[in-house]
Design a protein around this ligand. Sequence first.
Ligand code: UT7
Length: 329
Amino acid sequence: MSKTLAAITAVAGYLPDYILTNSELEKMVDTNDEWITTRTGIKERRILKGAGNGTSVMGAEAVKKLCEKRGIDPKEIDLLICATVTGDMIFPATANIICDKVGATNAWSYDINAACSGFLFALTTASKFIESGTYKKVVVVGADKMSTIIDYTDRATCVIFGDGGGAVLLEPNNEGFGIQDAILKSDGSGSKYLFQKAGGSNYPPTLETVTAREHFVHQEGQAVFKFAVVGMADVAAEIMERNNLTSDDINWLVPHQANKRIIDATAKRCGLSEDKVMLNIHRYGNTTSGTLPLCLMDYESQLKKGDNLLLAAFGGGFTWGSIWVKWAY
Ligand code: UT7
C-alpha cells in the first residue's frame, strides 16, 4: 500500500443564470466585442442577481451538488475551506456560512484569500489534512461574486470578470491517485498592481472612499499581464521539471481563466497542444477563485482515471502556483 494521497473524488459547480454578453457591455462602456474577444478570449460572463445573494449562495449550491454526486451526507464533511476574495461579509468566514446552509454541522471551516490562486492555495492546505490521516472528507470551495467589486464604468476591468464557483471533495487514496506535488508562491510587492483599496483596516469605508470608487477592483492590466504570463508559465514548467514530466505525460492543463493569451503562453511553455487545455473563459470570464473547479466540472466527463492534470494560476498578491494531480476516477 502506497502512502496516503488526497484524491479529488467529486467535483461540482454553480453558475448564476444571468448572462452578461459582450454586446450588453458595449451599451455600458466604450468597448466592443472584437476588442474583448481578441484581447481576452471572453464572450460572456455570469452575474448573480438578487439582493442578499452573496458568494455563499454559489458555494452552498456547489457543495450540495457535490454531496449528491458522491452520495454523501453533508454531515460527513470534516473540514470545508473556501477560497474567495468576495466573502459575504468581512467576517465571519463565508466557509462558516456555507456549512450552515448545507447542513455540514460536523465540519469546521475557514476562508483562504489568495485571489486568483485561492483555489490552489486551499487545495494544497486541504490535502495536508488528508495526507496526514487527520480527516477523511475535506471540501474545497472556490467561489467569487466579482460583480460586487467591479466598477461597471471602468472598461479595463468590467469586461473581464464574472461570478461563479465550484467545489471538490478530497478523500484519502492509497493507490497513487490524487495530489502528487504543489509549488505555490507569493510576492506582496505585487499588491500595488491589483487590489481593492478601501474597505479594509487600511482604508475603512467612508463616504469619501465610496465617492472615489475605491471599493472596486483596481488593476494595472499591462503590468499584471507581464508578471502573469511569465509567472504562470514558469511555475507550470517548474513542476513538470521537478517531477520529470514531459508534455506527453500531461493529459490536461487546467489553467486559471484570466486571459486566453496567458493560457496560450502557459500551454506553449509546457509544450501542450490546444486539445489538452481546459478552456471556458469564453463562457464565464474570470471568476477568480472559481475558475479551476469550474474547468474541472466542465471537463469532468472527458477525464479518465490516471490522467495527469497540471493546475496553474496567477493572481492578486501576487500569488501563483501549480499543482500536479493524478485523476482518481
Ligand atoms: O486574474 C488575475 C490576474 N489578472 C490578469 O491576469 C489580467 C492580466 N491583464 C490582462 O489580461 C490585460 O492586460 C487586459 C485584458 C486587462 C488588458 O489588455 P491589454 O492588451 O493589456 O490592454 P491595455 O491595458 O494595454 O490597453 C490597450 C488599449 C488602451 O487604449 P490606448 O491607450 O492604446 O488608446 C486601453 O484604453 O485598449 C484600451 N482598452 C479598451 N478598449 C476597448 C482597455 N480596455 C478596453 C476595453 N475595450 N474594454
